[in-house]
Write a protein that binds this ligand. Structure first.
Ligand code: NAP
Length: 496
């Protein structure tokens, strides 16, 4: 159970503590933030509402601890990360339970998220040792007009305090995808978990605590993003922000100072289906891509662009796949579970109402009970409908019928988002040309968009993000290049 066993020290009087100076603390605010269980709509947990003074303290400690940590040998940093990964995996059950209760993640997926997170931390430790342990060596005579009288040693140095802000949908995985690269690169780390998902994150942080990282190196501040977020992101102590979420990231990027930003934002991943695609394979693949975790994935298929001549057949097969999805509570490991908040459910409903008003074909009856929305395929969606462009982040998938590949590519590229896209066809040459034409960070050929494996580069164009991630890219992004130049005596110098 959450907050018991080795996790008993992270909770007091039913409120989970925040993490500062290597200890679990109660906020002096005396206030807490409620975490509402999306299934029961009742308060499941409470976390501390941290104050600005507490943020200052955490930042100050992180700055101090980072100096020593940067001098800690790489192999020792890696050793601690491996230890944290093992502890995380050992305690996958209570952490997964938090994911089920806080964000209604289906039980099996919740376990997978924790295990995958442990694997990510371990891989990051290994990759860090490899790529941070080597640099570059240049000689001056490789540039015109220069003698061989200067050697340049190029290495990678840490940035300082990294601020990590993950979203609700993969709170543990997307927190460690920031924490592990930051730490292996010699940075310290301040985490602001999402409110829904905060308790799973606090358990995860405790695994790092148990691994024995130096005091103050890791801090975790809880509270509502709308209240504490600006103070954190504009804090002068922060030297890098790694953020994953929605439009909030665009606002942060406008406010943040002159520091590196890693922004992983929303998506409207388009799926183009050509005439020659194997529809028996395509239909279940799109349904899985569109409806896993109730569509609350940045890389969920969010619009299907299908050639008109095969659209009827594809829609029929997708309807058959959708009919097999189970709907219900996350504890029963249902495919479709309640969406994270009531306001998310209301937003999804707005898009559905708009599509109905403008003449979309409903392939199933629209059904909602509280936060639970039954899977819905909307056919004959047109560009004047909001669902054609906006990210519902729920179990509603629009189908737009197209008459040419160019029409599909045009729709994909006209979106404000540019995260991933996919194309289904047996013609691999055509698929590669379409991939080149789709302006998205990744294009999947013959499979729905997906994040991972976690060492693959992952990035979004336009409003979908800044920079690239994936383990290697994240480590590099959280370092700066440093040159040390050795000036040798002039060529006239004799060694005697
Ligand atoms: P969100 O509302 O933008 O929140 C993300 C994080 O920002 C949360 O931790 C939130 O804390 C915090 N926050 C809120 N206001 C803030 C502020 N003013 N300053 C700093 N932080 C603030 O996103 P979400 O609803 O959790 O996640 C869904 C979105 O994430 C979708 O758009 C999805 O596509 C995107 N996403 C993108 C990727 C990717 O890799 N590209 C991956 C996953 C998800 P509180 O919870 O306390 O408000």
């Amino acid at each position: 159970m959450a907050g018991t066993g080795v996790f008993a020290e992270i909770i007091d009087e039913e409120v989970f503590k925040y993490y500062s100076e290597g200890e679990w603390m109660k906020s002096s605010s005396g206030k807490s933030v409620a975490i509402i269980n999306p299934t029961t709509r009742k308060t499941q947990y409470k976390v501390q509402a941290c104050t600005k003074e507490e943020v200052n303290k955490v930042m100050g400690n992180a700055k101090g601890a980072q100096k020593e940590w940067a001098k800690t040998p790489l192999w020792k940093r890696a050793e601690l990360l491996h230890k944290a990964a093992a502890i995380l995996k050992e305690h996958k059950d209570p952490i997964a339970e938090c994911l089920v209760k806080e964000i209604a993640k289906p039980a099996k997926d919740a376990i997978s998220e924790v295990v995958r997170s442990g694997d990510l931390v371990s891989y990051c430790a290994e990759e860090g040792v490899r790529i941070l342990g080597e640099g570059k060596f240049l000689t001056a005579d490789s540039f015109p007009g220069h003698e061989r009288n200067k050697y340049c040693l190029v290495s990678k140095i840490p940035l300082g305090v990294v601020l990590a802000i993950p979203p609700f949908n993969y709170p543990v995985n997307l927190a460690v995808s920031k924490i592990a690269p930051a730490l292996i690169a010699g940075n310290s780390l301040v985490l602001k978990p999402p409110t829904q998902g905060a308790v799973a994150c606090l358990h995860m942080v405790h695994c790092f605590h148990l691994a024995g990282f130096p005091k103050g190196l890791i801090g975790c501040i809880t509270g509502k993003g709308s209240e504490i977020g600006d103070f954190l992101t504009m804090h002068p102590g922060v030297k890098c922000i790694s953020f994953t979420g929605g439009d909030t990231g665009i606002a942060i990027s406008k406010k943040a100072g002159m520091i590196p930003l890693q922004m992983e934002l929303g998506g409207k991943d388009a799926c183009i289906v050509l005439e020659d695609a194997d529809l028996d394979q395509v239909a279940p693949n799109i349904v899985k891509g569109g409806f896993s975790y109730s569509g609350q994935r940045c890389t969920a298929v969010k619009v299907v662009l299908v050639m008109d001549c095969i659209a009827d057949a594809l829609v029929e097969k997708m309807k058959a796949s959708i009919a097999k999805l189970t709907v219900g509570p996350p504890e029963d490991d249902c495919d479709i579970t309640p969406v994270v908040t009531e306001s998310s459910a209301n937003y999804i409903e707005e898009l559905v109402v708009d599509a109905r008003k403008k003449g979309a074909t409903f392939c199933q009856e629209y059904r909602r009970e509280s936060n639970l929305i039954w899977p819905l395929l909307l056919d004959n969606v047109r560009p004047d409908m909001r669902i054609a462009w906006e990210e519902p982040f729920g179990p509603v998938l629009p189908v737009i019928r197209i008459n040419s590949v160019e029409e599909g590519i045009h729709h994909c590229n006209a979106s404000n988002f540019g995260l991933q896209g996919c194309v289904f066809t047996k013609d691999i040459d055509k698929a590669i040309l379409i991939s080149d034409a789709m302006e998205t960070g990744t294009v999947q050929i013959n499979s729905a968009p997906a994040r991972g494996p976690d060492h693959f580069p992952f990035q979004g164009l336009r409003d979908s993000g800044i920079g690239s991630q994936g383990i290697t890219n994240s480590i590099n992004m959280m370092t700066k290049v440093k040159s040390t130049v050795i000036n040798l005596p002039t060529p006239s110098y004799t060694m005697g």
